[in-house]
Write a protein that binds this ligand. Structure first.
Ligand SMILES: [Zn+2]
Length: 259
């Protein structure tokens, strides 16, 4: 059984500073526990939603923008029990682990047991979960998407990227597809997905469930509910929002939605 807990569905600078939907990323629990893209609020929302960040085995960061990596330092502090134990893994893009402009503090790059850069096309693993880096086209050029091979099948995460023809192929086979959909269909900006892109991705990948996250201010203001209905009606694929505290229980045959 794999459990996903979402800690926010907001993204972009204005949703991040206003915290209208939370920006804490999500936690994936299989035989191991990992926190993915811990933006602002990740630590606090973990505790508020029954997750103890001291139990984390890994922190995975797709790129070094503040809505994705802000709480990575403090989560490493928790994972290493206040720096008392050298344990756990940090997996990040090159911009998270190696860049001189990274928001990671040096002491937290040194305190996990393992620190690894993941690039598109590379694989690593944490416990029983194999993690593949997938490509992205984003203003942080080392941004990666993430494909998790878990005991309940593939869970895929499209982090910040603009649409490109091979994007679906990289996320093929996903039972749950988590996609960062920032903009309404008619308001495309560079480096981000729109709701139209989400429709195309859902049609091509054919997940059992599409989870929309990283909703930008314009999409939030225009009303995400209508857009979700549109995605569902035009694809026939069940679509939900990664609201704070939303849980999914995934086993080999079914996906159960909490909250
Ligand atoms: Zn972002």
């Amino acid at each position: 059984m794999v459990k996903l807990t979402f800690l926010g569905s907001g993204g972009g600078r204005f949703m991040t500073i206003t915290q209208k939907r939370g920006t804490g990323g999500f936690v994936l629990e299989d035989d191991v526990k990992m926190h993915v893209d811990p933006g602002p609020g990740a630590l606090l929302r973990s505790w508020e939603n029954g997750l103890d960040p001291r139990e984390l085995d890994a922190i995975i960061v797709s790129h070094c923008h503040i809505d994705h990596c802000n709480d990575a330092n403090i989560l490493i502090e928790a994972m290493t029990n206040g720096g008392m134990e050298k344990k756990g893994t940090l997996v990040g893009s090159d911009s998270v682990v190696n860049s001189s402009s990274s928001m990671m503090l040096q002491r937290y790059l040194e305190s996990p047991e393992r620190v690894e850069v993941l690039k598109a096309g590379d694989k690593t693993s944490v416990g029983n979960v194999e993690i593949s880096g997938t490509p992205a086209i984003h203003s942080d050029p080392s941004t990666i998407g993430l494909k998790f091979r878990t005991s309940a099948g593939i869970i895929s995460y499209i982090s910040d990227t603009q649409f490109f023809p091979d994007l679906s192929k990289w996320h093929e086979g996903a039972r749950v597809l988590i996609a960062s959909v920032t903009r309404p269909a008619k308001y495309r900006i560079p480096y981000h997905l729109t709701t139209n892109d989400a429709i195309r991705l859902a049609r091509e990948v054919q997940p059992e469930l599409l989870v929309v996250t990283h909703i930008g201010m314009k999409l939030h203001t225009m009303g995400i509910e209508n857009e979700i209905r549109d995605i569902e009606e035009s694809t026939g694929i069940e679509t939900i929002v990664a609201s704070v505290g939303r849980k999914l229980l995934i086993d080999k045959n079914s996906i159960t939605k909490g909250l």
